[in-house]
Design a protein around this ligand. Structure first.
Ligand code: G4P
Length: 298
């Protein structure tokens, strides 16, 4: 898998995060709204216990609105504050301050009882690679962007971004490691483009995505590519290749190009807003299992 994630790097990232967590009150955790469970690592719950928590369903513009709402309710029910955001455009960022205050209500009240005034909440952004951490820090802090240097009581070398009178953000995000040992998680992260394509078989991935999309979003592939959703994933890819001109002079099919078109268009939202993981209480259901469970309960 991703060479970036050999165990040595994970251990180092974890140690760094443990150090940084000592400095903060609030963890702002970004997840990808299209695969909210696959794009988080629950180790953060253990690492961050005793901290206030806010989950941002990022890239919500690419995910299904109906499931954004369901995922927000799911995480709220687990005790997190939640906001749906688009870090790239800035949509949803206004709701964050209210959620931060709510998440840190205990600390704010404790400070007030002790007569401590104007002590800002310190926060840190965490998430797996590519979930949008840098984009979020830039868009959320970009305007405020008054960096504070080293101060007494603050670890040397740490940079804080003062967002307003009540909130300061550590300027380097914490990197969480994905749960690679779970195959479905690996696939989900590959679908959204979080794992590099060079280390994956693009055609296999495209076939899996075709199968998943026709079951989860029937009609979407037929409409976009003019293909039948009845056959095998391979026959669907071949039809897509034909309709998109991925056929050579000798009529040979360019599977690689057809797969690339599908993956790019899915990742860029051209197939519409799509969520590949569905919330189910206390489980990490794959779509297949979710569907079977739905049928059972009818
Ligand atoms: P990271 O720090 O967590 O590793 O992620 P980063 O901010 O680098 O974001 C990864 C990619 O996701 C970037 O795209 C970024 O623009 C995109 N992105 C972040 N937040 C959102 C969002 O809410 N919605 C959408 N649609 N995209 C988002 P890129 O293609 O790598 O770079 P670029 O084309 O933006 O330059």
């Amino acid at each position: 898998m991703n060479v970036q994630w050999y165990p040595g790097h994970m251990t180092k990232a974890k140690r760094q995060m443990q150090e940084d967590l000592k400095l903060i009150d609030l963890i702002i955790e970004l997840v990808d709204a299209r695969v909210p469970l696959s794009s988080r690592n629950p180790d953060i719950d253990e690492l961050g216990k005793n901290k206030a928590r806010l989950i941002l369903l990022n890239k919500s513009d690419l995910a299904d609105e109906k499931y954004n709402r369901q995922w927000a309710a799911y995480f709220r029910q687990k005790g997190f504050q939640v906001a749906e955001v688009n870090a790239r455009s800035g949509a949803g960022l206004k709701a964050i301050q209210g959620a931060v205050n709510e998440a840190c209500r205990e600390k704010i009240e404790r400070d007030r009882r002790r007569g401590i005034k104007n002590r800002p909440i310190r926060a840190m952004v965490v998430g797996i690679p590519n979930v949008g951490k840098s984009t979020f820090i830039n868009s959320y802090a970009g305007r405020a962007c008054a960096k504070t240097g080293n101060r007494p009581g603050v670890t040397k070398g740490k940079q804080w971004i003062r967002l307003n009178r009540t909130l300061e953000l550590l300027d380097t995000p914490g990197i969480l490691w994905p749960k690679f040992e779970d195959q479905q998680v690996g696939k989900n992260l590959a679908f959204i483009g979080s794992i590099k394509d060079e280390i994956l078989n693009l055609e296999e991935l495209a076939l899996e995505l075709l199968d998943m999309l026709r079951r989860f979003y029937p009609g979407v592939l037929a409409e976009r590519y003019g293909i039948s959703e009845e056959g095998t994933p391979l026959s669907m890819l071949e039809e897509l290749a034909g309709n998109r001109g991925c056929v050579g002079k000798g009529q040979e099919i360019d599977y690689g190009r057809a797969s690339g078109i599908l993956m790019d268009e899915f990742r860029n939202g051209k197939l519409g807003r799509i969520t590949l993981e569905r919330p189910q209480e206390d489980s990490q259901e794959t779509p297949e299992r979710s569907e079977a469970a739905d049928e059972d309960s009818q």
